[in-house]
Design a protein around this ligand. Structure first.
Ligand code: NAP
Length: 258
């Protein structure tokens, strides 16, 4: 499958790297010369304009900032034909894209930062023009960039709060854990390593062996032991409530920006 990427910024370049093994050919278009140069150095084809990119590609990944998306869509309209558009532009609804392109094959996707290391979480929703087979092909190819979840478009803002902003919340927890380690007497480097590996290992265990996190808490926290003392502090200070409210407020802000 030939994939054309419009916008070779943080996300466009991360996707290009992730898709390298799976796509037959990747062609990039960006308005900035130095980004095109970078794409060439990274081993991708570059297009001299949007029309060339569209002609060379069956799937088009739209990865420009929301403020630039509408003018790109206007220019795509004439040449798009039966190609498939995959947009990762935040807040750009399928309805809005259809109003620019007409009833074309459109997938609205929302990735997170972790696509940069091919461990992204990507939510997507398809319009009625995308067939089951095309959807499966897209999932197969894009799974090289992370894990994909098909969701209703009405849940896009909730996904943005959980997984889009999610890395920032995880980093906040990690930062606190590292600080706690330093306070207990570890060097920054040691504390950082311990904190990252504890979070990574716990996630790996949960993913591989399944079960609810609360079940695993009971395996760590023995009756009358040490862990339960720490859990009591988290519960007293309303840890779960804080996280739930954090996601709710983030989702509400995402809704206001749409
Ligand atoms: N970054 C994230 O974590 C994240 C997460 C989820 C979704 N997204 C979405 O991903 C999209 C891209 O974000 P990003 O962080 O990768 O942005 P970015 O780094 O600014 O990359 C966008 C690139 O597109 C170029 N561009 C602007 N107008 C163009 C046009 N008409 N044709 C071709 N290229 C054009 C920009 O050039 P100039 O710099 O010269 O303008 C820039 O190189 C956004 O819509 C954002 O909502 C981002």
């Amino acid at each position: 499958m030939n994939v054309g990427i419009i916008g070779y910024g943080n996300m466009g370049s991360s996707f290009a790297r992730g898709l390298k093994e799976k796509a037959s050919r990747i062609v990039v278009f960006d308005i900035t010369e130095e980004k095109l140069k970078k794409a060439l150095e990274d081993g991708f084809g570059v297009a001299k304009d949007l029309y060339f990119l569209v002609k060379e590609s069956q799937w088009i990944l739209l990865a420009v900032k929301p403020k630039d998306a509408k003018s790109v869509l206007e220019n795509l309209k004439e040449v798009f034909e039966d190609r498939l558009l995959i947009s990762i532009v935040a807040g750009l609804s399928i309805g809005t894209m259809e109003s620019y392109l007409g009833k074309k094959k459109i997938i609205r996707a929302m990735p997170n930062l972790n696509v940069a290391v091919q461990k992204g979480v990507i939510a997507y929703t398809c319009n009625s023009e995308v067939s089951q087979e095309e959807k499966e092909d897209v999932v197969k190819v894009f799974s090289s960039c992370g894990s994909l979840y098909e969701i209703g478009e009405e849940l896009m803002n909730a996904f943005t709060a959980m997984a889009g902003s999610g890395p920032a919340f995880v980093f906040k927890f990690l930062s606190a854990l590292i600080m706690a380690g330093i306070r207990e007497g570890f060097s920054y480097e040691t504390s950082r390593g311990i904190a990252i590996d504890t979070v990574l290992g716990s996630c790996e265990l949960l993913k591989r062996w399944g079960g609810h996190p609360e079940e695993w808490i009971t395996k760590v926290a023995s009756p009358g032991g040490t862990t339960v003392e720490g859990i009591k502090v988290l519960e007293n200070r309303g840890f779960s409530g804080i996280v739930i409210e954090c996601i709710e407020k983030t989702r509400e802000k995402a809704e206001k920006l749409c």
